[in-house]
Design a protein around this ligand. Structure first.
Ligand code: ADE
Length: 225
């Protein structure tokens, strides 16, 4: 999968993309991450990328020109499955959507800043909008990093068997059951007997019950979906 990220602050991604799972996925050539600084595409003398909102009001709006030129350049080079815009004013991202997006070949992710991008970019180029939660971040970069992380770990070959995504919370629509490791007894706090029994069928049943129980208490809304 190739992921092109369009941003005014490419440095924000340094730490996230050069560590751990995302680093390994790139080393194994499972993903290619490309960061593009929107400002580099501004044809303006001052390299400006934003301007006042028509109609007034606080906050600047990201201009069409540099974003359009950058998207057009990328689209000439290859076909994209999705051109995504990160914004708090849309539906919230979830695991099901992560599963689906993980099957893409090429995606573009546009990170908004200030008051966001000129609506005409959204109307004419963006194929999908993603919010990571009902709160406002300073820009779309952290949200884009969250989406990239949640998608890339689902691509076959990225995670090892021990860290398989199949048993994650949300993967089957439920929260995960509790997990324990050694010691079996820590100052009297004992691990549930069943997990030490060696009976894999019983363990599986226990985990399913606990997952359902936790979901009912903490996130009953997940069971209504
Ligand atoms: N940009 C600012 N806040 C955001 C959010 N919650 N999700 C996605 N992009 C954003």
């Amino acid at each position: 999968m190739r992921i092109d990220i369009l941003t005014l602050f490419p440095d924000i991604f340094d730490g996230v993309f050069n560590q751990s799972m995302l680093k390994r996925a790139q080393e194994k050539n499972i993903i290619e991450l490309h960061l593009h600084n929107i400002r580099d595409y501004s044809t303006d003398k001052q390299k400006s990328v934003d301007d006042y909102a028509f109609g007034g009001g606080a906050g600047m709006v990201m201009m069409i020109q540099p974003i359009e030129d950058l998207i057009m350049k990328l689209k000439k080079e290859r076909e994209y499955d999705e051109i995504i815009y990160m914004t708090p004013d849309t539906k919230v991202w979830n695991q099901k959507e992560a599963n689906h997006l993980s099957m893409s070949e090429n995606i573009i992710i546009l990170c908004g800043h200030y008051k966001g991008v000129d609506q005409r970019i959204r109307d004419h180029y963006i194929t999908r909008e993603i919010s990571i939660g009902d709160y406002v971040l300073t820009g779309g970069e952290l949200a884009a990093a969250v989406v990239v992380d949640s998608v890339v770990r689902l691509i076959p070959g990225v995670l090892s068997d021990e860290t398989s995504a199949l048993t994650d919370s949300h993967q089957d629509g439920l929260l995960s059951p509790p997990v324990y490791t050694r010691p079996a007894n820590h100052n009297g706090w004992k691990v549930p007997e069943i997990l030490l029994s060696g009976n894999t069928r019983k363990v599986e049943e226990w985990r399913e019950d606990k997952a359902l129980e936790r979901t009912k208490i903490i996130r009953p809304d997940l069971l209504e979906m």
